[in-house]
Design a protein around this ligand. Structure first.
Ligand code: ARG
Length: 460
């Protein structure tokens, strides 16, 4: 008979049983479920709601069940529906009626909310670790490449010279915001819902604060309806994970472009690229492509959760059982991607020669010529036009701006002097962009130091 079978006169249809059972995926929550039940049982004993010795019998049996699950000795059943009832069933099989006391003053509705929150808190801590490792890697690479000149792009057209270090630090800022967003998600996940009951709390004198403390939660939920029907924390996690994926995907797109023969800015390590089954010459950036592709999955998880929750009347509805697969998928995907992305960029070979070559072409120093003229008192708009004509002149002759003779420069504008060559030297162009947040090595090192300092002071 089902644990809830009292008011039923016949069994569940087999098709229904298969359809609504969630054990195939929510068994992932067994540890949290048992930990939560142990805290609940202990509190029931402490409050005199059940005899202390019954609580102890329950706790000992739950610990044995935990061991048996971990060593593959316990078996779950589709008929027992979900992880919560499977564990309760194992418990009553082992200790009989005492086991049937565990569910006093509790509903699966607050139980599942508790389990998912406990699970997600652990996973967010893993994500913190992976993000930290990635950010450390970016800081180290940026430091090594503070003088590696490359073209910066707009519209994927070469625009102005920057350094590879500066480019990498742009991603550092993105992941730093991601970390802060996740920190915020953690705060709202870290709230303990047990005691909400099915929806209306309970008449038993629970000590919810004690349970929260026992399970390492910072606070308890303050409304029993909200306690069982809130999945904002899961949605927020998927939203923050989606933004991380979007950042990874942009980075991967650049890795893919940069490793093409057209760019040749980087070469991925053999351990992080793959070959083609037909074209012997190929070395493909499959890892980067796969991360880019998986971004869509995580967006899908977010959309799935938002749509699942939309229009649900308070409080718990079975629709909410659908939260788990989406959340688990988002967790697995984001962790898997971060785990492979960091060593991929850590081991890639950076072709600074190719980056410098590209920076020298494409007139990335044209703005510097205009700035040079503007500093001589020529209104910037006029300077812009003069340099535009010079660029056209160069394009027609297939030359770079620094290949123009002084006479040619003077023809464009008599105010140009010999010092123009120094002013438009690519290295000098980067060095001169000293504005805070700019690519000059000094400014960059300042932002690297501030990033390191921030990272160092994060709570571990
Ligand atoms: N397996 C269910 C879930 O994941 C547990 C809660 C069931 N509650 C209920 N009233 N049917 O949502």
């Amino acid at each position: 008979m089902k644990l809830w079978g009292g008011r039923f006169t016949k069994g569940t249809d087999k098709v229904v049983e298969d359809f609504h059972s969630s054990i195939s995926f929510d068994q992932r929550l067994y540890r949290q479920d048992i930990r939560g039940s142990i805290a609940h049982a202990r509190m029931l004993g402490k409050q005199g709601i059940i005899p202390v010795k019954d609580a102890e019998t329950i706790i000992a049996a739950l610990n044995n069940i935990l061991q048996d699950i971990e060593t593959g000795k316990a078996e779950f059943e589709v008929g027992a529906e979900d992880i919560h009832m499977n564990i309760e069933k194992l418990l009553t099989e082992r200790i009989g009626d005492v086991g049937r006391k565990l569910h006093t003053a509790r509903s699966r509705n607050d139980q599942v909310a508790l389990d998912v929150r406990m699970y997600l808190k652990e996973e967010i801590i893993d994500v913190f670790g992976l993000l930290k490792k990635l950010m450390e890697t970016l800081l180290n690479l940026a430091e090594q490449h503070a003088l590696t000149v490359m073209p910066g792009y707009t519209h994927l057209q070469r625009a102005q010279p920057i350094t590879f270090g500066h480019h990498l630090m742009a991603y550092f800022q993105m992941f730093r915001r991601d970390f802060e967003r996740m920190t915020d998600v953690y705060k709202r996940t870290d709230i303990m819902p047990l005691g909400s009951g099915a929806l209306a709390g309970t008449t038993f004198p629970l000590d919810r604060q004690w349970v929260a403390g026992e399970l390492g939660f910072s606070a308890i939920t303050e409304n029993s309806l909200d306690g069982v029907s809130d999945r904002d924390f899961a949605i927020e996690f998927c939203a923050a994970a989606s933004i991380i994926m979007m950042h990874l995907s942009r980075f991967c797109e650049e890795v893919i472009l940069w490793s093409s023969a057209e760019f040749k800015f980087i070469e991925l390590d053999d351990a992080y690229s793959t070959g083609s089954s037909i074209m012997p010459q190929k070395k493909n950036p499959d890892v980067a492509e796969l991360i880019r592709g998986k971004t869509g999955r995580v967006y899908g998880d977010l959309m799935g959760l938002l749509s699942m929750m939309k229009s649900l009347p308070l409080a718990y509805n079975k629709d909410m059982q659908e939260d788990k697969e989406a959340l688990f998928d988002a967790v697995d995907t984001i962790k898997g991607c971060l785990l492979v992305f960091t060593p991929m960029i850590e081991t890639m070979r950076v072709r600074s020669d190719q980056m410098a070559r590209a920076a020298r072409g494409g007139f990335t120093n044209a703005t510097e010529v205009a700035d040079y003229l503007a500093k001589k008192g020529i209104p910037f708009r006029n300077a812009h036009e003069i340099v535009g004509k010079l660029v056209l002149y160069c394009i027609e002759r297939d030359m770079a701006l620094n290949e123009l003779s002084l006479a040619e420069f003077k023809e464009a504008s008599p105010q140009i002097e010999e010092d123009i060559y120094e002013a438009i030297d690519i290295i000098k162009c980067v060095e001169a962009r000293k504005v805070p947040g700019g690519p000059a090595p000094g400014a960059l090192n300042f932002s690297i130091a501030s990033g390191r300092n921030w990272l160092k002071n994060l709570p571990s």
